[in-house]
Design a protein around this ligand. Sequence first.
Ligand SMILES: *Cc1c(COP(=O)(O)O)cnc(C)c1O
Length: 365
Amino acid sequence: MPRPITAVIHRQSLQHNLNVARTKMPNSQVYAVVKANAYGHGIERVYQAFKAADGFALLDLAEAKRIRALGWTGPILLLEGIFSEQDLFDCQELGLSFSIHSEYQLEWLARFPLNAQFDVYLKMNSGMNRLGFRPEQYRQVWQQLSNLPQVQRLTHMMHFSDADGERLGRDGIEHQCQLFDAITHDLPGARSVCNSAAILRHADLSSDVIRSGIMLYGSSPDFPAHTVDDWNLQPAMSLRSEIIAVQQLKAGDSVGYGSKFIAETDMRVGIVACGYADGYQRLSKTGTPILVDGQRSHLIGRVSMDMLAVDLTTIPDAGVGSEVVLWGKSSQGAVLSIDEVAAGSGTIGYELMCAVTARVNFVQD
Ligand SMILES: *Cc1c(COP(=O)(O)O)cnc(C)c1O
């Protein structure tokens, strides 16, 4: 029998979450962001649910090819654009849209054979200072692109640095919107500005194409300000395992490497077949929530490579073979949000779902 750890991908939850994005911004085209192998869920595993989207957005040509191989004929957007001049041939052959964020990409495009008809997203750097043209350059680049015969369609694109936070004014989302609008308002073409946080928190924004990522996978982009329940999102991934041993501790006994947890009273401890080599964060603190037989308990001691320990004090019926949910849903439907678990190691749901390792068996329900 294989080791009992399993990542279950819930197709209905993926569908539900996609509908939440649609309902929030009903006049927008919803692109499903499936970079990083669909945030760790597996492109092939999410495709059935997400083919109801209007497009896919991702980073790699290899991932774009996988989507085409599944039969998708609609739009695919390369969020970071092309990485070499050669990539343009793949974009042409596969019918991919791409962003242009830097001068060198513009030069590659201008040199490309004239028979191409690309769908280009011109990216503005509105304050994040990662990718894009500065507002004062933007109109000139837009003009250059408009004049290229290789460009069939141009969409204005921008990415928020603070859509999940409280920064609204001078440096935050309002400022970025104002800049973007001031520069683009009289230019033709569609606009694409919203990520998940903007879709959920600022649904009044105007964005013809929205790029929903994390919300589709059932994690709240602005936890703890809002939980998945607040946003009506369902976990799309459940990391489940089992208790494989039970230890009866006496007061003063310790658990795990470094003896970081010391029992204050006699207590029962379950040893779970899950460790950092499965993608569970090693830096998770004692107290990080865990479900055992659908009931809430918590991690104790240090996470090791293949195992971790859970407090069974309040779950006397639990024992070897009991179901353990590290995040997601129990088989009986109890939910532990990935955001709460991520907080236990000072990270975010995004990182946990992307970090599940290859040795974990993935299944779909
Ligand atoms: C990853 C990404 C998104 C999706 O962001 P979420 O916070 O996961 O919704 C949108 N746009 C760009 C440019 C991205 O890189």
